[in-house]
Design a protein around this ligand. Structure first.
Ligand code: GLP
Length: 255
């Protein structure tokens, strides 16, 4: 894993934006896995400002609430539209968000997997991390071999996400999420985590044991996983100064 610690979320975001921009420039028909939440908001703003050519790019989002129509203010489909899709020249037929309202959700999940496969797999999967270590909506004890499916949210996650819903509105119990194996199939994973609230989850993911109790720890088994952190999110890492040194001397190996 490459652990990159930046002084601020702004710097961490810039790094991820540069990785994605480089991929799209090199491979105009790249397939991106996209995430929602607070962490990637600045990244999407930067990508919009970069005025990249998205005409051939395909995107697959990680997750969606079951039962929320796409127009609902808290739906991830609406989030993507507001923060990215409506500002770029992507062909909407290539911008996929799992459906939480299909007549047959399990069947839609299977088709989502198939669509990713037919697209040639995901080149770069963007991720955030929940305070309980979830990636996508793969809650603790999710199988490390899981595929896109319906999951039940923990109370902690529902509480963390309540701010996206109006007061008094129920946060859905059920979601559709790519599985951990779906995420692990991506050729590169880039996880963004900013702020002290994520420090314990980040430390457990990077330096703890690989465990279904902490889904992000599965990335330890990924051959190309990059963590973009700010100082606060990195504050629980035992080897923080080592990661900083490695980063600083990355190109000095043969000097
Ligand atoms: C959400 C999403 C995750 C996201 C995480 C953290 O509920 N399903 O994909 O990474 O929780 O979100 P945030 O960046 O807002 O803290």
């Amino acid at each position: 894993m490459e652990v990159i610690i930046q002084p601020s979320a702004e710097d961490g975001t810039q790094l991820a934006a540069d990785l994605i921009a480089e991929l799209i420039r090199k491979k105009p028909d790249a397939t991106l896995g996209l995430a929602t939440g607070r962490a990637p908001l600045g990244l999407y703003r930067k990508l919009v400002d970069m005025r990249l050519d998205w005409r051939q790019v395909r995107t697959f989002n990680l997750d969606e609430y079951v039962g929320l129509p796409g127009a609902h203010p808290a739906s991830f489909s609406r989030y993507m539209d507001e923060h990215l899709f409506r500002h770029i020249n992507i062909d909407r037929r290539n911008a996929h968000v799992p459906s939480g309202t299909a007549a047959d959700v399990p069947d839609a999940c299977a088709r989502y997997e198939e669509t990713i496969r037919l697209a040639g797999g995901i080149d770069l999967q963007l991720l955030g991390i929940g305070t309980n270590g979830h990636i996508g909506f793969n809650e603790p004890t999710s199988s490390l071999a899981s595929r896109t499916r319906i999951k039940t949210l923990t109370e902690d996650t529902r509480r963390d996400n309540a701010c996206h819903f109006d007061a008094g509105q129920l946060v859905p119990h059920h979601v559709v999420t790519m599985g951990i194996a779906t995420i692990m199939d991506a050729r590169q994973c880039v996880l963004l985590a900013f702020g002290r609230a994520k420090s314990a989850a980040v430390a457990a993911a990077i330096e703890g044991p690989v465990s279904a109790m902490h889904p992000a720890s599965a990335l330890q088994l990924h051959p190309n996983a990059v963590y973009c952190l700010d100082d606060e999110a990195a504050s629980g890492l035992t080897l923080a100064s080592y990661y900083r040194w490695v980063r600083e001397h990355k190109f000095a190996v043969h000097a």
